[in-house]
Design a protein around this ligand. Structure first.
Ligand SMILES: CC(C)(COP(=O)(O)OP(=O)(O)OC[C@H]1O[C@@H](n2cnc3c(N)ncnc32)[C@H](O)[C@@H]1OP(=O)(O)O)[C@@H](O)C(=O)NCCC(=O)NCCS
Length: 206
């Protein structure tokens, strides 16, 4: 019988986790990917939530990872409502579309709830996140700051009613843009991995 566990990431995992993230995201949203560098840099960011830095291990093999980051909704009345976002979340290519991603997400959301997060926002695919209770954020009064009509900004209440009466905007935390703000650092980091072919594929966003 196979043994599946979800546990906190340890320092010994770091390279393995980043390799997994690189494999999971490679050529999915753009030729190559950047998410492994985002993960690499986030662990030192004050917004990073160490308790929700999780890996999924199947029979001793790491097959999934997720991290969480503190973020906020900026309300039209000036209030700032702390929430969380998450990602990168990745499943090793050989294990995608077998339910592991949903299991990891649902488990980590339980943990986020235990830590007191009232809601989670993420820009992503409703076909995946909708299965875990996410809805377009604009239906809950939360607009994507740089693209107010976006229906790909998704949100999920962890505390029922947490978003009641809210009208405001959401911006991805600065750490998600590290590859744009530090292209040289990213290039040096990427050079530490074995070369991998970057492909232009249908469905990529960038
Ligand atoms: C996205 C990802 C984490 C999902 O994990 P997964 O293990 O492949 O997904 P699951 O098997 O748990 O899927 C759960 C449900 O979402 C749906 N789903 C998952 N990925 C989907 C996709 N890309 N398109 C459409 N539906 C999808 C599945 O159909 C499944 O529903 P079902 O059980 O009714 O069939 C994984 O595919 C991955 O690592 N992708 C590359 C990295 C990425 O995109 N991360 C998210 C960035 S926002």
């Amino acid at each position: 019988m196979s043994k599946l566990i979800i546990r906190p990431e340890t320092e010994d995992d770091y390279r393995n986790t980043e390799t997994l993230t690189r494999e999971a995201f490679w050529n999915v949203y753009r030729p190559g990917c950047m998410e492994h560098y985002v993960l690499h840099c986030y662990r030192n960011d004050p917004a990073f939530v160490p308790e929700l830095d999780l890996v999924m291990v199947l029979d001793g093999e790491m097959i999934g990872q997720v991290i969480y980051v503190r973020s906020e909704i900026v309300c039209d009345d000036g209030r700032r409502v702390p929430i969380m976002t998450f990602g990168p979340i990745g499943i090793a290519p050989a294990y995608k579309r077998q339910g592991y991603g949903k299991h990891l997400l649902d488990y980590s959301m339980e943990k986020a709830m235990e830590l007191g997060a009232g809601a989670l926002a993420i820009s992503g695919n409703i076909l995946f996140y909708g299965k875990s209770g996410f809805v377009p954020a604009k239906t809950k009064g939360v607009r994507y700051a740089d693209d107010p009509e976006a229906d790909y900004l998704l949100i999920r209440e962890l505390e029922p009613g947490f978003l009641n009466g809210i009208s405001g905007t959401y911006r991805d935390p600065a750490g998600y843009f590290v590859c744009e703000t530090d292209p040289e650092g990213f290039a040096q980091y990427e050079a530490t991995f074995p070369p991998k072919e970057k492909l232009h594929l249908p469905g990529q966003l960038f």
